[in-house]
Ligand binder design. Sequence first.
Ligand code: FE2
Ligand code: FE2
Length: 203
Amino acid sequence: MGVQENIEHAASERAKFREMKEGTAEDWAIIGGEYRAFAKGLPDRVLDHLKLLDGDFGGFPICRLEHSLQTATRAHRDGRDEQYVVMALLHDIGDTLGSYNHPEVAASIIKPFVSEEVHWICQNHGAFQGYYYFHFLGMDQNARDKFADHPHFEACREFCEKYDQAAFDPDYDSEPLEFFEPMVRRVMAKPIASAYAKALEEE
Ligand SMILES: [Fe+2]
Ligand SMILES: [Fe+2]
């Protein structure tokens, strides 16, 4: 297919409206079809973005990708299920775009695919991880205590203690990213909870 044909083909597949309020069922059939195909590519986009952490040390003993792999490997070897391991792998993926709120970025990405508890661990791991270093930066080491009565406090404390704060060892034999790819694809194959879940089913 030539360039011009490509452009025409692409043009024929686009909605006609200039404002959404002009939209028709035909327009939305086109967009819906594109959305289903695009959504299937999510694991690839997430894995590509995770690779941006490669070589990003930020002063730490190992780079952020290696830390992610080590956190996930430790969780996997400790018998955690795939949702948990994928969360462990992705928990710092927001470091690049969410430099001031990275846990929330990762939590938003995994939210449609994991349990409420696993999502909560991811969303709040920053305050719990702070137990191990906030006091060195003039911050409150016990910032996590604001969640003391929360039902997922212990689960988040355990994630940081066993896997996250423990995953800075340059000599640890982490599994490579390829090892976790099938898990990411399985966990992200279908949303458990999403406002768009119904649109995805109409295939
Ligand atoms: Fe983190
Ligand atoms: Fe981390």
